[in-house]
Design a protein around this ligand. Structure first.
Ligand SMILES: Nc1ncnc2c1ncn2[C@@H]1O[C@H](COP(=O)(O)OP(=O)(O)OP(=O)(O)O)[C@@H](O)[C@H]1O
Length: 211
């Protein structure tokens, strides 16, 4: 596929006797989105963890921008913005300090302006001085997602990004992901939201619960 950003071939992951992923293939091109769907336990998060290097597949290959996955690769770390389910925040950094840290660590041009814009977009401007523990669960989700949008990226990987968002938050997420595609990003999601899948997926990858 021309413009391929992510290429996954034959990804297989077994836990004990359970083969959770069997020969998963997928490709995501610049400007398009693939969405993993399937019931609880089908292996969506496992697939995303293997694709982002947080877990090691038993077999298969993952290439990002033509380079074999290696979390030490500066090119891959610069390209891949990942938000998984676990929301780890530094307990003593405020909302704005978290975003500032991500933006500066990833060398975002004009980080102050980008952080202000993203805070406004996710509706956390009024909470910018709060610590993560004092946020609501939906606000923490918004902060986690904001972390991906304050840094340069070519591939966005999000695990059930709709979790805990209210309906206005879901509308924002749909619009944001459509804008990401228009900007030429490749997007890979796992999702249980029919609205999100319908609005953003170019390719729907169905995983079945292992028998
Ligand atoms: N480290 C692990 N050790 C053993 N089993 C695991 C491990 N990680 C995942 N599994 C199992 O793999 C299966 C797939 O889990 P996974 O979290 O990938 O599902 P999912 O499709 O993301 O589900 P959900 O929709 O509930 O988020 C489950 O049966 C889970 O118990």
């Amino acid at each position: 596929m021309s413009g391929t950003v992510l290429s996954v071939r034959g990804l297989t992951r077994t836990f004990g006797e359970h083969r959770v992923l069997a020969d998963l293939d997928l490709e995501v091109a610049a400007g398009s989105a693939a969405v993993l769907v399937g019931p609880n336990g089908a292996g969506k998060s496992t697939a995303l963890r293997c694709i982002t290097g947080a877990d090691q597949a038993d077999a298969g290959t993952v290439e990002v921008l033509g380079e074999r996955l290696d979390e030490r690769s500066a090119t891959i770390r610069a390209a891949m913005a990942v938000v998984m389910d676990d929301l780890d925040f530094f307990p003593d950094l405020t909302v704005v300090e978290h975003l500032d840290l991500f933006a500066r660590a990833h060398r975002t041009p004009d980080p102050d302006a980008v952080v202000d814009d993203v805070l406004d977009e996710v509706g956390l401007t009024a909470q910018s001085g709060q610590l993560p523990t004092s946020l609501s669960s939906g606000q923490r989700r918004r902060l986690a997602l904001a972390g991906a949008f304050v840094r340069p990226r070519r591939l966005l990987v999000l695990d059930e990004p709709e979790q805990r968002l209210d309906s206005e938050g879901l509308d924002w997420l749909v619009a944001r992901l459509q804008a990401e595609k228009r900007a030429g990003l490749a997007v890979l999601l796992a999702s249980h939201s029919p609205v999100l899948v319908e609005a953003v997926a170019d390719d729907v990858v169905r995983l079945a619960r292992p028998s």
